[in-house]
Write a protein that binds this ligand. Structure first.
Ligand SMILES: [Zn+2]
Length: 300
């Protein structure tokens, strides 16, 4: 067992997730698990600190990412789980994201220490939240899924499509997502992918715009469809049994939309896994990286 796929869905409330029609996530739960978690007081209920927690395997009291906008030097001591996975298991990890600070030197970024692709799409300029076009997140999410399918279908498909060095500025979750400048220089080692991280943003975008009602639920259901596409590509691999999948979110949302405070609805997170490997029932957001690397719960 060595392959690891982490799917991050921004800003999904557990109660809305369980109420939504999500057959693909349900299929993972059926063979694996759905568990609830809680963000502790030292870590803000926003994307920068929490995706750092998930990807580094450490809470904000260690990595020191306080919000979406500040990058402190001590974060340089951390490497994301894809980076460590490549060191331990070989292969070339892929990271496909649409939120600029995950992949570029904007705000608290780059959070990812591996070479990540900031996915863009034709006609989309800047961060959708900033531009007031949160529906663009759905387009970006579809693009992310499509690229993930390609990466999983062909070990070298992720090369030569490096896009979008972000150049925008802003606040909130979005700190700007620039337009693509496609430097694309395929540098595949030919060893194939054994780990990946993909990020979907439309649920959070919908929550901010209109709250956590039916449109928010519909966004969750659209992302589930994309998860289904990605899982189908994974299932088609000859080495499928070597992989494990974890899906998680970075924070919840208040009823009217918004997060960053300490309400239970904002602090509640969840974990879905496709199988019950050792430690499945005890990891938290900071334990996902260790679980995917070692399939063991951290002692912390
Ligand atoms: Zn948000």
């Amino acid at each position: 067992m060595s392959g690891a796929l982490l799917i991050g869905i921004d800003g999904v409330r557990l109660d809305r997730l369980t109420a939504a029609h999500t057959p693909h996530l349900d299929s993972l739960i059926e063979s694996g698990f759905l568990r609830e978690g809680r963000i502790p007081p030292h870590t803000a209920t926003i994307s920068g600190p929490m995706w750092s927690t998930v990807l580094y395997g450490a809470w904000a009291d260690q990595h020191g990412v306080p919000d979406n906008d500040v990058r402190q030097a001590r974060v340089d001591g951390f490497r994301d789980f894809l980076d460590l996975h490549a060191e331990q298991h070989g292969g070339r990890p892929f990271a496909l994201v649409s939120w600029a600070p995950l992949a570029t030197a904007m705000g608290c970024g780059p959070v990812l220490t591996v070479d990540a692709e900031l996915v863009t799409a034709e006609g989309i300029e800047g961060d959708p939240d900033e531009a007031g076009h949160d529906e663009d997140w759905a387009i970006l999410d579809a693009e992310v899924a499509q690229r993930a399918v390609a990466a999983l279908a062909d070990g070298d498909a992720g090369t030569g499509i490096r896009m979008g060095m972000g150049m925008g500025t802003g606040t909130g979750r979005g700190t700007g997502r620039g337009t693509g400048t496609g430097t694309g220089t395929g540098t595949g080692t030919g060893t194939g992918h054994t780990a990946g991280f993909i990020y979907f943003g439309q649920v959070d975008g919908t929550g901010h715009r209109i709250g956590t009602g039916s449109e928010y639920t519909a966004a969750i259901e659209r992302v589930d469809e994309l998860v289904g596409d990605v899982l189908a590509a994974l299932d088609a691999r000859a080495d499928r049994d070597e992989w494990t999948v974890v899906v998680t979110t970075d924070h919840g949302h208040r009823d009217g939309g918004g997060h960053g405070g300490r309400e239970e609805l904002e602090e509640t997170v969840w974990f879905i896994g496709d199988r019950r490997l050792p430690g499945w029932d005890s990891f938290d957001s900071a334990g996902i990286a260790g679980y995917l690397l070692h399939h063991l719960a951290p002692t912390r």
